[in-house]
Design a protein around this ligand. Structure first.
Ligand SMILES: Nc1ncnc2c1ncn2[C@@H]1O[C@H](COP(=O)(O)OP(=O)(O)O)[C@@H](O)[C@H]1O
Ligand SMILES: [Mg+2]
Length: 199
């Protein structure tokens, strides 16, 4: 169950909404309707934790998490199916592609070896190995077989793309605010660009 309590938001002097109280209960499907500019997108951003309301709070049941299905089917066109799922966890993805780029280097130096070791350790700390397995299980469960994992998103038909984006949304880790990445609006370098060193 998701509960919105006393939510209020204004942009400048313009009150978009106030005193919004609503409970979303399990097993139901909800639609949000309203005129253009009435605040639908703003409310959904607040629900998803992407925007802080001026007042009020969003609470959800223990062990529940909110996932957002990315609406832009073309945003991940140049990424592989597998990487598109992993992108759901931004930090893990960064480590993964830096590691891949390192191992793909023809002139692998001693320094690269040290960096690779650091990345492997970081990957392990984030449960990266389990996460990779989890991503594969999610894809299989959604009807995306192993042989499709390395295909680029642009080569998939619409229904398969939506399945992958669903896997991406479900892949998100239920963690603290710092780790709470939403599928929408993520813009990350492509693996081909190589130098994705972490700060
Ligand atoms: N970042 C912002 N700064 C100021 N005004 C905004 C911002 N985002 C949205 N608005 C205004 O808030 C109102 C609600 O926007 P929005 O939630 O996008 O409406 P809807 O999705 O229902 O069409 C609109 O009048 C819009 O112009
Ligand atoms: Mg809108």
């Amino acid at each position: 169950m998701i509960t919105a309590s006393n939510i209020a938001l204004s942009y400048g002097r313009r009150v978009i909404f106030k005193d919004v109280n609503i409970k979303f209960t399990p097993g139901n499907c909800y639609g949000l309707i309203g005129a253009n500019g009435s605040g639908k997108s703003t409310f959904l951003k607040i629900l998803a934790g992407q925007l802080e309301p001026d007042r009020g709070e969003i609470t959800k049941g223990r062990g529940e998490r909110i996932a957002v299905l990315s609406q832009d089917q073309f945003a991940f066109d140049e990424h592989t199916v597998f990487n598109t799922v992993i992108i759901g966890h931004k930090k893990l993805y960064k480590v993964m592609i830096e590691r891949e780029a390192l191992y793909a280097k023809a002139d692998f130096t001693e320094e690269d070896g040290i960096r690779a070791g650091e990345l492997e350790a970081r990957f392990g700390e984030m449960n990266g190995y389990e996460a990779e397995a989890e991503a594969a299980v999610l894809l299989n469960g959604l009807g995306i077989p192993e042989e499709m994992r390395q295909k680029k998103m642009k080569d998939l038909d619409g229904s398969d793309k939506v399945r992958v984006l669903l896997a991406q949304a479900l892949f998100l880790q239920p963690a603290g605010p710092e780790d709470h990445h939403l599928a929408g609006g993520i813009s990350l370098p492509l693996p081909e660009h190589g130098n994705n060193r972490l700060p």
